[in-house]
Ligand binder design. Structure first.
Ligand code: NAD
Length: 491
């Protein structure tokens, strides 16, 4: 089946790419790899659909109805799409199902939000003037996504982009394109007009950068790694595109001893583990840096070390699996290199640090959840995003020291603070330079609240009202109801 979608048609290409299941390296699918001609056609189709097609001026209620239909179709196909996401990414099917529920919520949220948006009337102080600020779509939007949450990440972009009346060219990660193809099929089924949604597949340097450089593109929304984000910002500069980049994180999870009093201890252990080991740590907001109060350090570390060794690794489709494999051999090599470098720099290995011995897991890219203590803030494994199941532990004795450690990073995507003291929780949450801070929790998000990074974790916001504004221009319309000569020039 052809897998590129250009100007309302599914088309093939001369080249193909194999999509591999990270749990056993089997080939799950072969997809078309776009060449320069397909990329150009996709952008032209989106340009035509924006400049000459009905979509940008389609009544908001109709655009919202399309999003609601997509949400219904996602629920209809939930099991199949969840299975596909697991085959493609390795994540457990339980998590894939949660992703789809979240995606449905995002489509429904933007369907509602866009219908509730109003023009703003400005009081100019002159009764003969009607002044309004109105929302308009930006134009042709290129949406580029990573491999860790393929369906979720594209939905955070495509739902607000279409709600606002833009046309789009989608480029998912070449490693995990399958659920994005499925979503585009649902957009087609839901009635997206010809050329409004286009899909090209292929590698970043070839396909991605041609899209970013194309003069017919007005906006690029990118989620992925820091180096790619910087390259995109540079490449988009010549044509002064709007660019939003959502990049990685190195996220502190700050635990005060009072959070672990009594039954709180189990809650803290459990949440610290979920914060970092969910999806094998391949989460931009993973709580990979545990920053713990000195008096709690030894007890907490002992408990995590013991529990981490009991985490059940396995194929994401097996309901007994708690964690799946890493996404690729190359990524596992990177994770192993981070552990080796930390050990060479003096860290202590308290759990994991190895591939599983289970013969059944040898064909997959598995890596045991890993706990490293005695680390310093200047070690590579502490400073850089490892994007793997690695938890490093630092200790503090005062609130000021905890905040200083947590902010000692170039990144600022997310973080958490655990404490029984409400005032302290609030103070620390305010002090952390992170786009999301959880107090006594980790990971939850809702479509109504903005998501994005401080510092080098990015420059945009997704979700919430701002996630829609990113895809809108503001136009000021000034109407003079009693035009008269200005009298500026005497004759
Ligand atoms: P990546 O940067 O390698 O690739 C991301 C996407 O960019 C892919 O589609 C890739 O093909 C494309 N790409 C690569 N080079 C390109 C270029 N020169 N021009 C245009 N496109 C190009 O990232 P990845 O390895 O797929 O994803 C992991 C990264 O994503 C991590 O750093 C993670 O933290 C980040 N991430 C961030 C968030 C967030 O919300 N901030 C969410 C998920 C993932």
């Amino acid at each position: 089946m052809p897998s590129l979608y250009v100007d309302g048609e599914w088309i093939g290409a001369a080249a193909e790419r194999e999509v591999v299941n990270p749990a056993d390296q089997s080939v799950v699918a072969k997809v078309d790899e776009a060449g320069a001609a397909e990329v150009r056609s996709a952008v032209r189709a989106a340009r035509r659909a924006f400049d000459d097609g009905p979509w940008p001026a389609t009544p908001v209620a109709e655009r919202a109805a399309l999003l609601d239909r997509v949400a219904d179709l996602l629920l209809r196909d939930k099991e199949e799409i969840a299975r596909t996401e697991t085959l493609d990414t390795g994540k457990t099917v339980k998590e894939s199902r949660i992703d789809i529920d979240d995606v449905v919520a995002v489509f429904r949220y933007y369907a509602r939000l866009v219908t509730e948006q109003h023009d703003r009337t400005v009081d100019t102080g002159r009764p003969e003037i009607e002044s309004r600020v109105v929302h308009e779509p930006v134009g042709v939007c290129v949406l580029i996504t990573p491999w860790n949450y393929p369906l979720l990440q594209i939905s955070w972009k495509v739902a607000p982009a279409l709600a606002a009346g833009n046309t789009v060219v989608i480029k998912p990660s070449e490693v995990t394109p399958l659920t994005t193809i499925a979503l585009v099929r649902l957009l087609e089924e839901a009635g997206a007009p010809r050329g409004v949604v286009n899909l090209v597949l292929g590698g970043g340097p070839a396909v991605g950068s041609s899209l970013v450089e194309d003069p017919d593109v007005d906006l690029v929304s990118f989620t992925g790694g820091a180096a790619t984000g910087r390259a995109i910002l540079r490449a988009a500069a010549d044509t002064v595109k709007r660019v939003a980049v959502e990049l990685g994180g190195k996220n502190p999870n700050v635990v005060f001893a009072d959070a672990a009093d009594g039954e709180g201890f189990e809650t803290v252990v459990d949440n610290v583990m979920t914060a970092v080991f969910l999806h094998s740590g391949q989460v931009c907001s993973a709580g990979a840096r545990l920053i713990v109060e000195d008096s709690l350090h030894d007890r907490l570390v002992d408990a995590i070390a013991e529990r981490a060794e009991r985490i059940v690794l396995g194929d994401g489709l097996d309901p007994r699996s708690e964690v799946g494999p890493l996404v690729s051999a190359q990524h596992r090599d990177k994770v192993e290199a981070y552990v080796a470098s930390a050990l060479a720099e003096g860290a202590t290995l308290r759990a994991g640090g190895r591939r599983p011995a289970d013969p059944q897991l040898q064909a997959g890219f598995y890596y045991r959840p890993t706990l490293l203590t005695d680390v310093r803030a200047d070690m590579r494994a502490v400073r850089e995003e490892t994007f793997g199941p690695i938890l490093t532990v630092e200790r503090f004795t005062s609130e000021a020291e905890a905040c200083a450690l947590a902010n000692d990073t170039d990144l600022g995507l997310a973080g958490a603070v655990w404490t029984a003291d409400a005032a302290r929780g609030e103070r620390v949450a305010r002090a952390l330079r992170q786009g999301t801070v959880w107090i006594n929790d980790y990971h939850p998000y809702v479509p109504q609240a903005e998501w994005g990074g401080y510092k080098r974790s990015g420059n945009g916001r997704e979700l919430g009202p701002t996630g829609l504004h990113e895809y809108q221009e503001l136009k000021h319309i000034w109407r003079n109801t009693a035009p008269a000569p200005t009298g500026w020039f005497a004759s």
